[in-house]
Write a protein that binds this ligand. Structure first.
Ligand code: ADP
Length: 586
């Protein structure tokens, strides 16, 4: 066996063990379902026996009394079967749903723990597909496959044992069927598996497009690209359909082929067995029971083949799910990393170099120091490295070389959570969750009281417009805050940051143009907030740079100028150039 197959098998075994660790808490339900499966199958196996007695002892011997007894017995038997089937179905589905829920929650927790660079390299749709499609496949497979297998094995071997005992010559005919069915099953199994994997991949692409369109619906609409997106989407959906159709053709023919094989053998048994009945070697009841068993046994053979393809599909899904489960965050705390308390807000970069992609420097030897409470405006052409600078203060990434200190602590050596508690971010794309205004502000500090929340909204100049809304703080804002104006959203984001009460504030002003009134309100809100806090602003507005204590001009990953607005203008460097090009909004 070559090594790649070996490692694949090893991973599969590991994944199967892991999936069953999710089932362990529900062991008693599994045992109960297993018990029901055994009972149900055992009863099913006795039915041909009953038929045999019906024919031989009731119809041939014309025994009316026995007919009554058997009928009453059957009613009880069917009640029992119904009850057992209910328990089995209920608990199997229960376990499946429960494990799916646990799996999704665990996966979500893991996903959130991963560092930012994981998300840089993934398409959202593909991750979502693992949470939805793959988890559903596992849910179906992990419970149904073992239980079905269990049931069919009992049917198969139980059936064979009974018919061997009844008539070994006729059994020989059935045994002949086995290699034929296995060959057919393998032929179909391999092909169905191939198409199943393809369908799954294609479905991932469909989800990806869907996610992309939903998240950039404004862009789609403003470029009037609905038709283009519809084409792109329907092309993928059609491809999925075609692949599913190929799989369907195979699986749809597989059933009839099996049925043909089964009935041919049954006919052979009927003919051969019929002769025995005529000769008086066996009774008619025996022959009918025998044929019923033959059909019963061929069922499992078909099922084994179908299960094989389902197992393959589930193994693929498990692989994708556990691949995510096993991802480790790259940015982690050192053992016993100390927590920092409220800091003063002194930030220092010592010779910091950074790259996202190996060999492509994005920040080059950045040296920088600010005192607590300073307001720093970062300016420079797009791609200069301003966002990256901010990312590093958050420790979203670690520098390639050099260190970043906050109040003299190297941020790599302190507890990451305690570091992030010191920082609040007001991003450019003001992200609001699709719930109420209250919940959106409270996101800054979940345990904040009602009056603290209103204080924060007031400081952010947001209280007034919120109060004017019919439902006030309980207004539900649509996904990503679609119903609020840009200025209002930004003020909510500022209120959220104020509520967090950080020592370091990071504000990405963005290019979005605001009307004068909004801008003035935001400016005022920020001034309230910036007092006593170190503030970094990625600045695009003239008013912002004029208010800053210091302006840092970045270009191609370097700090090339530093100072106040008036001084920088006098230097006639890049800042002056940007200014004269009117790159700041006035
Ligand atoms: P700015 O905020 O000044 O516009 P950025 O810090 O966003 O600049 O980007 C600096 C450089 O790093 C750009 O060349 C950009 O293409 C690159 N970059 C930014 N983010 C990533 C990322 N996640 N992966 C790879 N390259 C990136």
């Amino acid at each position: 066996m070559n090594t790649s197959i070996k490692t694949e098998l090893k991973t599969e075994r590991k994944n199967i063990r892991k999936i069953y660790s999710f089932f362990r808490p529900y062991l008693r339900y599994i045992i109960l379902s297993g018990f029901c499966v055994v009972t149900y199958t055992a009863v099913t196996l006795t039915l041909p026996w009953v038929v045999r007695h019906l024919i031989d002892s009731v119809f041939v011997d014309k025994n009316g009394e026995l007919l009554g007894k058997i009928s009453i017995g059957l009613i009880f038997l069917f009640i029992l079967l119904g009850f057992v089937a209910f328990l089995r179905n209920y608990y199997m589905e229960y376990i499946g749903q429960r494990v799916t829920a646990d799996l999704r929650i665990g996966l979500f927790e893991r996903l959130q723990s991963l560092s930012i660079n994981f998300f840089d390299n993934r398409r959202t749709g593909e991750i979502i597909s693992r949470f939805t499609n793959d988890v559903t496949i596992i849910q179906n497979a992990a419970v149904n496959i073992p239980m079905t297998l269990f049931r069919q094995l009992i049917l198969f071997f139980g059936g064979i044992a009974i018919i061997l005992y009844m008539n070994w010559k006729l059994t020989g005919l059935i045994i002949l069927l086995v290699p034929v069915v296995i060959t057919a099953a393998r032929y179909y199994g391999v092909r169905i598996k191939k198409y199943s994997i393809k369908v799954q991949d294609k479905l991932g692409s469909v989800t990806t497009i869907l996610e992309e369109v939903i998240s950039s619906i404004r862009l789609v609409k403003s470029f009037v690209r609905e038709d283009y997106e519809k084409d792109r989407f329907s092309r993928q959906v059609e491809k999925t359909f075609e692949t599913a159709l190929c799989r369907l053709k195979l699986s749809a023919t597989f059933g009839p082929v099996l049925i043909f094989l089964t009935y041919s053998i049954s006919t052979a048994i009927l003919w051969f067995g019929g002769l025995q009945v005529i000769k008086g070697n066996i009774t008619p009841g025996e022959l009918i029971a025998f044929i019923l068993y033959a059909v019963m046994i061929s069922g499992p053979m078909g099922t084994f083949a179908r299960l094989y393809t389902q197992v393959q599909e589930a193994l693929g899904a498990m692989h994708r799910v556990f691949d995510l489960f096993e991802k480790q965050p790259e940015i982690i705390d050192l053992p016993n990393a100390p927590k920092i308390g409220p800091v003063k807000g002194k930030v220092k970069f010592n010779d910091v170099c950074f790259e996202y992609t190996s060999g492509v420097p994005v920040l080059k030897n950045i040296n920088f120091e600010c005192s607590p409470g300073e307001i720093i405006a970062l300016v420079g052409p797009s791609g200069a490295g301003k966002t990256t600078f901010i990312n590093l203060i958050h420790r979203f990434y670690d520098p390639l070389r050099g260190t970043i200190e906050i109040d003299g602590n190297n941020i790599r050596e302190i507890n990451l959570r305690s570091l992030l508690l010191q920082i609040a971010l007001v991003p450019q794309e003001t992200f609001l969750f699709g719930s109420t205004i209250r919940e959106n502000i409270r996101y800054g500090r979940i345990e904040a009281t009602q009056s603290e929340l209103i204080e924060a909204a007031k400081a952010a100049n947001a209280h007034q417009f919120i109060s004017e809304l019919p439902e006030g703080y309980d207004t539900n804002i649509g996904e990503k805050g679609i119903k609020l104006s840009g200025g209002q959203r930004q003020r909510l984001a500022i209120a959220r940051a104020i509520l967090k009460n950080p020592r370091i504030l990071i504000f990405d002003e963005g290019m979005s143009s605001l009307d004068n009134q909004s801008e003035a309100l935001i400016q005022e809100a920020l001034e309230n907030f910036m007092a006593f806090r170190t503030t970094f602003i990625i600045a695009h507005r003239l008013s912002t740079v004029q208010h800053a204590d210091r302006i840092i001009v970045m270009d191609q990953g370097e700090i090339i100028e530093e100072g106040k607005h008036a001084d920088l203008l006098k230097q006639k460097g890049l800042y002056h150039y940007l200014y004269t090009l009117r790159l700041f909004e006035e």
